[in-house]
Write a protein that binds this ligand. Structure first.
Ligand code: NIG
Ligand code: FE
Length: 407
């Protein structure tokens, strides 16, 4: 049974307590059997049965749970670097979208690529993502927008989940935007989502969540309600892109439909915060999207004070957030979202695990959970996020196996 000793501080990140409570243990040790943690505590309390056994030496490094990126659009064709330049020169994200760029440009490129091509690209990205310390990931469709092209993206995720040790959950995001061939027939597209896409996704068991982009420029709350209803009938749990560019009642809807999370939320209303707190919906902040679209950041402090648990994710996609660097998202949430390093750590571990429904398997360092953890050569989590530099975790353990050593 592998044992790791000489951990200066182990941040266990158990669920109980508030956003700031990461339950550290100093001079800690952990043990695991196959892929599951069997013992966690102070090294001096290691049970007798471990004495005399060989152990690995953490060399006084800190250990945190494997990170959880609970909002990505990992599988897509092409990139959109020209839009990056356009935004710098003054065009807004919405103006670019209205001129045929934005999401629709990625839809075109995703439709043109075969499933094999898309798999190859996403797999390459996933290797890089795992080396940054991400051990759980949520991945969305939404760049196909035909039955076959949505299934194509979701089948890529299914194969990735089979071939990689990472905990992966997929969300169906057919209601991302209206595709060009339906531009004069919104209802026709919504019928397609409800009557053909959702049943086909459920039939192949390709997704766990039904996500919708609820926004003036995308889908109304009324439309979203009907789509969620259809999703529910097929066992898909609601999840939302909400209140990103305008305050359109997205957070309130998330509470009403019992969504697992509502994401973005930069324009959330006071009522939205109250309702989400009452219903226990996780709020997911996506600061890299604010960074790249020059939009205001979410004030996460308001959500935490209002009783909402806040998770932090990258929103990795080729348009509004072309970076999978979750640690960058954490640093931005400290500086712009007004959460402390401990609070964002909880947001990228156990709360993010809750936002993607894997909190019983991972997201914290506790006996019985998957042995997913990172060794960081830092004096503390505070210092790790304060001294931002291109430092990857020294070692990534996923399901008890060392994935990479960046030493
Ligand atoms: O989460 N808001 C909608 N969807 C993505 C953007 C996707 C894109 O620009 O391609 C987001 O930011
Ligand atoms: Fe997104």
């Amino acid at each position: 049974m592998p044992i790791l000793k000489n951990i200066s501080t182990l941040y266990t990140c158990r669920d109980e307590g508030g956003q700031a409570e990461v339950h550290p243990i100093h001079n800690a040790a952990i043990a695991w059997e196959d892929d599951v943690l069997s013992w966690v505590g102070k090294a001096s309390d290691l049970p007798e049965k471990f004495s005399g056994q060989e152990f690995q030496d953490a060399g006084g490094k800190i250990v945190v749970p494997g990170l959880v990126d609970c909002h990505t659009h990992l599988c897509f064709g092409g990139w959109r670097s020209e839009e990056f330049e356009m935004r710098i020169l003054g065009k807004s994200y919405l103006e670019i979208a209205k001129a045929g760029g934005g999401i629709l440009s990625t839809v075109k490129h995703t439709r043109e690529r075969s499933e094999a091509d898309l798999y190859k690209k996403a797999a390459g990205l996933l290797d890089e993502i795992i080396s940054t310390g991400v051990t759980s990931i949520e991945c969305k469709s939404g760049y196909g927008l035909t039955v076959e092209d949505e299934l194509k993206q979701l089948r890529v995720y299914k194969r990735l989940a089979q071939n990689y040790p990472i905990h992966l959950k997929a969300s169906f995001l057919g209601a991302h935007t209206i595709p060009p061939e339906y531009k004069d027939d919104r209802d026709g597209y919504i019928d397609l989502v409800i009557n053909e896409m959702i049943p086909a996704v459920a039939e192949e068991n390709l997704a766990q969540f039904c996500d919708i982009f609820v926004e003036d420029s995308a889908f109304t709350t009324e439309e979203a309600r009907t789509i969620f209803e259809a999703g529910n009938k097929h066992g898909l749990t609601p999840k939302l892109h909400a209140d990103q560019l305008s305050s359109g009642g997205g957070a309130e809807l998330a509470a009403e439909v019992g969504a697992i999370s509502a994401d973005h939320l930069e324009q959330i209303s006071e009522t939205g915060i109250e309702k989400m707190a009452e219903a226990g919906v996780i709020g997911v902040t996506l600061p890299i999207a604010s960074l790249y679209t020059q939009q205001p950041y979410l004030n996460c402090r308001k959500l935490v004070d209002g009783g909402v648990q806040v998770a932090v994710a990258t929103d990795f996609n080729p348009g509004s957030a072309p970076s999978y660097d979750l640690r960058l998202a954490l640093m931005l949430t400290c500086n712009h979202g007004r959460l402390t390093p401990a609070e964002v750590l909880k947001g990228a571990t156990i709360y993010a695990a809750k936002a993607m429904g894997v909190e019983n398997q991972t997201g914290s360092i506790e006996p019985g959970k998957s042995a997913d953890f990172l060794l960081l050569d830092e004096p503390s989590v505070n210092f790790w996020l304060y001294h931002h530099r291109p430092n990857l975790p020294d070692t990534v353990f996923l399901k008890g196996k060392q994935q990479s050593s960046n030493q």
